[in-house]
Ligand binder design. Sequence first.
Ligand SMILES: [Zn+2]
Length: 422
Amino acid sequence: MSKLLSYTLSVCPYCLKEIPAKMTAEQGAVYMEKSCPEHGSMKTLIWEDSPENYLKWLEDGGIRTEDLPRSEEEVYEQMREGEFAGCAQVQPCSAALMTTNRCNMNCPVCFTRKKGDPCYEPTVDTCRAQLAFYRAHAGAGGLVELCGGEPTVREDLPEIAEAARALGFSYVQLNTNGLRLSESTEYCQVLKDSGVTTVYLGFDGVREGAYTTKYGRNLFDEKRRAVENCAKAGLAVVLVPCVIPGSNDDQLGEIIRFAKGYMPAVRGVYFQPVSYFGIYPEGENPRITIPEVIRRLEAQTEGEVKNQDFLPGAYEHAACTFQGIFLCDETGKLRSLNRRMRREKRTDGYRSIRKSTKLLWLPGNQRMLSIGGMAFQDAWNLDLLRIRRCSVQIIGRDRQMRPLCTKYLSDIYGNKLCPGIA
Ligand SMILES: [Zn+2]
């Protein structure tokens, strides 16, 4: 028998129609259950822990769980306070500029595009105008992410980074697969000199299995060379493993060990449990959720990092992120700087998140490592109460900021809820 926890709104993964959804608990896990009048009932894993621990996690992240909607009517009532319509409701901590949808890989799984999408690449002037809009909207303290596709396929990428720096952005992150960076230290130096501060590097593991299923070949050597070249050029690196059950969920501890070996150039490891949008195989979609990622981190580091070292995000929705901050002591062991406590939601909380991201992820010499992650939502598990608190947004050409998860959200055929690229 499943136990009802709360109600929310979601979408049908087949037709993307907005439908009510229930959060339920059963045998030590939390699920989302929903039903489309046309496409029937669906049930998706949300949280691999007891309902008590799930609600405690939300409380620790500043959510008053007693106020969660207990009926469909209550959901609509709460939603009326702010229209959803795919637009952002809160100030972003960080915003992504889509620089291109081209890529130098041809992966069978891709979150940002589907085969046959027309090429989209804004000019440097358009990028500058979008960044200027973001600055006016969010202030110069905002974090900038240059995204793709794969941004490094653009020869004029350094000009875009320069434009961001000229607008006063002190944190400019490049989201990349690292292939181009692995080829040349000089290229990394050019990026650094143009204003890129931080490389957010797709890094799925340290052994073959992490790469071959997803990309068709082993990319570990390229990833390692990219990290080494960034270190030489003075770029900060955050390793970003997409965690896929059965593919690389046994390598999380080894990824932490690898990261420690390249400190202080490597500033963090940011796990992303797999989500399903864009291109993905049909059929069974295996899932892993935040509590299971944390359990595996504790087990695979033999307790060097522990469950209680991790906190939910206090600005974005608590179910979206987890975060730990560690100091590497003289014996080479990670020591947690976090203390588990309840955090209050503050409307200006984005300011402190931006500040701490800069402290942790800008180039520096402190022996600190941040270990955390973000669970993106897809059409199966989309929770509009989470979307309303989204802190990572896309800078639209139409001068709209959009939550990242709704921007990329696609139905099972790859059709997007918000079509067009940025
Ligand atoms: Zn439907």
